[in-house]
Design a protein around this ligand. Structure first.
Ligand code: XIL
Length: 453
């Protein structure tokens, strides 16, 4: 399934027809829109040796949802299906239906699975949380739970989020049924039991608000360090990354790097970037910038294994249910239209900043005996944006660019290539960016065909 493109082109043409009427020099040429479909995200991610995953709901894995989940992503995380309340709602009675279905779907689509999650303070069955247990009994219950679930999927999962959300914001341990009764060493025990049940799955501790360098991520860092020193099996840390629009943690890459330097993998496990509703083109453009920054940080560090989004469509996101007034946090709309964030992820993984939905126009606002001033405007239709751009053209009559502003231009023979300046790479959804140049001509000065991307 590739994004539907015709409406965007239609809208773009409308936009540009409007622009043509106001141009000094009437000749405007549309950049030829790219006709080839962008490669799926999973193919792009593979070129960077990264995983691109999504949380999924088993019952939705048909039709467009199933098509996109299967073709765009190479890793799945069950959003709820592997949590304790899902798999053992009644003591001793297991329900693996949805978890099995997701694993089977992943196998059929050549995808990894991240198991999520074995030990948590949320979404535990009522029989467990309402029961009266001695610490020894709770320890046995936890060991049995881990052993049963990990054994069921032995050899089939790439990774397990063994322990979820163990820390408070200040870096102290969160008081939970586990830490209260078993002490904080429940973490080491859980990892050890998980390793015993499946020696091949990578074992992770996963938390939120640990994306940047802060008290909480430093507590996680110290935990991992001490686990490694003790020889406890720990393979990675999961940074959930439930982010807020415009609040990208600038120390993300540095934080990923310090865990990598400690000798563990890092995964971005639950990325979403929520905004106050309603969404606007400006917010979607900012969201794309934020998504790109997160994925770029992972791409920059070898031990960052990849990025999982917490739902790939707004129709399957937890955000509106939990954060009042917020939503639109995922890379696709509720109707499965890719948002600027989708293209931003593609671009982070090396996809070209596609010209699809954006176009460049070339005009000559003024011309005199041997010289002229040229202008190029890059315009993106609503829903599309760019975070960097490159425009090129070939002169047909010996023209030469002598000086450019708001872009860096180079000419070799008849070929001219201009790239954005440091400050104007972003072309917002529904907006435009222009740059100008002076040139020389003789004889005639025909307008060249410009290519964006
Ligand atoms: C969320 C699910 O997406 C929701 O469907 C469910 O109602 C609550 O849990 N951190 C986690 C995830 O580790 O398991 C949570 O998933 C989101 C926050």
């Amino acid at each position: 399934m590739t994004p539907s493109r015709t409406p965007l082109r239609t809208r773009l043409r409308t936009l540009l027809t409007g622009a043509a009427a106001t141009a000094t020099t009437a000749t405007l040429l549309l950049a030829a829109p790219a006709t080839a479909a962008d490669p799926p995200l999973r193919d792009l991610a593979t070129t960077k040796a990264k995983v691109i995953g999504t949380a999924v709901t088993g019952s939705k894995l048909t039709a467009t949802y199933g098509d996109l989940a299967g073709t765009q992503f190479n890793s799945l995380t069950p959003g709820n299906a592997m949590k304790w309340e899902s798999v053992e709602p009644t003591r001793g009675t297991y329900n693996w239906t949805e978890a099995d279905q997701i694993v089977a779907f992943a196998q059929a689509h050549n995808q990894q699975v991240r198991g999520h999650t074995l030990v948590w303070h949320n979404q535990n069955p009522a029989w467990l949380t309402n029961g009266t247990w001695t610490p020894a009994q709770l320890g046995t219950l936890l060991q049995d739970h881990i052993t049963t679930e990990v054994t069921r999927y032995k050899g089939k999962l790439a990774a397990w989020d063994v322990v979820n959300e163990p820390f408070n914001e200040d870096g102290t341990y969160r008081p939970t049924i586990w830490s209260d009764n078993l002490g904080t060493d429940y973490i080491a025990k859980a990892l050890t039991w998980a390793r015993a049940a499946d020696p091949t799955a990578k074992l992770y501790v996963n938390d939120y608000n640990v994306e940047g360098v802060n008290a909480k991520s430093t507590a996680l860092y110290n935990l991992v360090k001490s686990l490694k020193e003790r020889g406890i099996p720990i393979d990675g840390v999961g940074l959930q990354a439930h982010l807020i629009l415009g609040q990208y943690p600038s120390s993300l890459q540095q934080n990923i790097q310090r865990f990598a330097d400690l000798g563990v993998d890092v995964a971005i496990t639950e990325l979403d970037i929520r905004m106050q509703l309603p969404s606007t083109d400006a917010k979607l453009t900012q969201q794309a910038v934020d998504y790109k920054a997160v994925v770029d940080a992972c791409v920059a560090v070898t031990r960052c294994v990849g990025v999982t989004v917490w739902g790939f469509t707004d129709s399957d996101s937890w955000v509106p249910d939990v954060f009042d007034g917020y939503g639109a946090a995922t890379p696709y709309t509720e109707n499965f239209t890719p948002k600027p964030a989708y293209y931003a992820i593609a671009q982070s993984f090396g996809g070209t900043p596609s010209a699809e939905g954006c176009a460049a126009t070339y005009s000559v606002p003024s011309q005199w005996n041997t010289g002229f001033t040229g202008q190029v405007t890059i315009t993106c239709s609503p829903g599309r944006s760019l975070s960097s751009w490159k425009v090129s053209w070939t002169y047909g009559a010996g023209q030469r660019v002598t000086q450019a502003w708001n872009a860096t231009c180079a000419q070799a023979g008849a070929s001219v290539t201009c790239v954005n300046a440091s400050y104007n790479g972003t072309v917002p959804s529904g907006g435009s960016v222009s740059f100008g140049f002076n040139g020389t001509w003789s004889g005639n000065n025909p307008v060249p065909t410009v290519t964006l991307g």
